[in-house]
Write a protein that binds this ligand. Structure first.
Ligand code: SF4
Ligand code: SF4
Length: 91
């Protein structure tokens, strides 16, 4: 099932808790909390909820992935992870 790009889903995303999400990337995109997504509602690209959109513009290294523990992963019966590094994720 395709993940919907909604604020509710973005608030459940675990990416900001992930070791792969670098501090530089957080500062660059002003993404310290999932609530910051509310300010970016109209942006086409979010640096969050990568399983619903496309890969990140600022995460380039896999230092672990939280997707398997994420409620969105369960809600949409996703099979992949590392959605920030690969659009559509990898198994
Ligand atoms: S499955 Fe991964 S990319 Fe998708 S919302 Fe959860 S933590 Fe974010
Ligand atoms: S997609 Fe996975 S590896 Fe990338 S930031 Fe989100 S939880 Fe971490």
């Amino acid at each position: 099932m395709r993940v919907e790009k909604t604020k509710t889903n973005a608030q459940m995303c675990q990416c900001l808790n992930c070791p792969s999400y670098t501090t530089t990337c957080k500062i660059k995109n002003n993404m310290r909390t999932n609530e910051d997504v509310l300010q970016k509602e109209n942006d086409e690209h979010w640096e969050l909820l990568f399983c619903a959109i496309e890969k990140s513009n600022c995460i380039h290294e896999n230092r672990g992935c939280m997707c398997q523990t994420c409620p969105i992963h369960k809600k949409y019966a996703l099979n992949n992870e590392d959605y920030c590094l690969h659009t559509g994720g990898v198994f």
